[in-house]
Design a protein around this ligand. Structure first.
Ligand code: GDP
Length: 297
């Protein structure tokens, strides 16, 4: 289960709070110190942790206890509310062009993050919404990426546009747009090539596609298990090519939760979906309030 270790630590802090009848200012401060430690161990961004505990402390110490809640419960309620805020409060959906106009979505990210799998997962979701979706295989570098997209596209019942691995990604993307327009697709999702690390060639290639193809949404796929690295990758991609949202994959194996809790606060970009497994149905909409409840147990 995701976030096990963070949840367990926070629950211990809260158990101690609950067991006290009245809370002093020192009790609150001591509890928040432990919350801070737990968040840092979960690999939450340092600045985010600092700001988070400051906000909770200001609210917890200044606030009258609400009817029916003891002071311990009040602190837990404030931690919950601030955690929801940290993750953006509202659910953000992928955006589409109005009416029947073609929406082009470009998927970007490092190799192994889960881009190709997630592309097929999204295609399934859009199909259920009644959108005629085309996938374009522009990852010409990773062996088997094209075939993987074809296999998964077929499983989802969605057409995959390929031109093999001998063409430039930007040319494949342009041809895919033409094919999509001619055949009245509503959405085209471009699966681009990642690299093992952020590098200039990858960014130049993505920029070129973005310039030459009318991309409406750029979606970054990052591996939640890489914690702060995922957050740094998100910051770099946003700076270099501009992203509209993030998909966090492999949350099913993430016991710490650092990326989920920091990425919005650090980059200002919303989490759109979370990957919860390898199956094509394992993609969930991101709800900040449900995520906070999951973490706090
Ligand atoms: P790409 O290089 O970014 O296109 O990555 P792939 O789509 O090939 O995914 C890399 C590996 O991560 C594959 O083995 C996927 O099955 C796996 N994967 C992708 N998303 C998830 C997820 O949400 N949870 C888990 N457990 N595995 C995932």
């Amino acid at each position: 289960m995701a976030f096990d270790s963070l949840s367990e630590k926070l629950q211990n802090v809260f158990r101690n709070l609950r067991s006290k009848g009245r809370l002093t200012e020192d009790d609150v401060k001591a509890a928040l110190k432990e919350v801070k430690m737990a968040l840092l161990e979960a690999d939450v961004n340092f600045k985010v942790v600092k700001q988070f505990t400051k906000s909770v402390q200001e609210r917890a110490i200044g606030q009258d206890v609400m009817n029916g809640l003891n002071p311990g419960q009040m602190v837990i309620k404030i931690v919950n509310e601030e955690m929801v805020k940290l993750m953006g409060s509202e659910t953000t959906e992928l955006a589409f062009r109005p009416g029947k106009e073609l929406t082009v979505i470009m998927m970007v990210g490092l190799q192994g993050a889960g881009k190709t799998t997630t592309t097929a997962k999204i295609a399934g979701k859009l199909k259920l919404k009644g959108k005629k979706t085309l996938l374009a295989a522009c990852d010409v570098y990773r062996p088997a990426a094209i075939e993987q997209l074809q296999i998964n596209g077929e499983k989802q019942g969605v057409e995959v546009f390929t031109m093999g691995d001998k063409n430039k990604p930007v040319n494949i993307a342009k041809a895919a747009v033409e094919h999509a327009r001619k055949n009245e697709f509503n959405v085209l999702i471009i699966d681009t090539a990642g690299r093992l690390h952020v590098d200039e060639d990858m960014m130049a290639e993505l920029e070129e596609i973005k310039e030459q193809v009318d991309v409406f949404q750029t979606v970054l796929v990052v591996d939640a298990m890489t914690g702060q690295d995922a957050v740094n990758v998100a910051g770099t991609f946003d700076e270099k090519i501009g992203i509209d949202g993030v998909i966090l994959t492999k949350l099913d194996g993430d016991t710490r939760g650092g990326a989920a809790l920091s990425i919005r606060a650090v980059t200002g970009k919303p989490i759109l979906y979370v990957g919860m497994g390898e199956k094509l149905s394992d993609l969930e909409q991101f709800y900040p309030d449900r995520m906070a409840s999951r973490i706090l147990g």
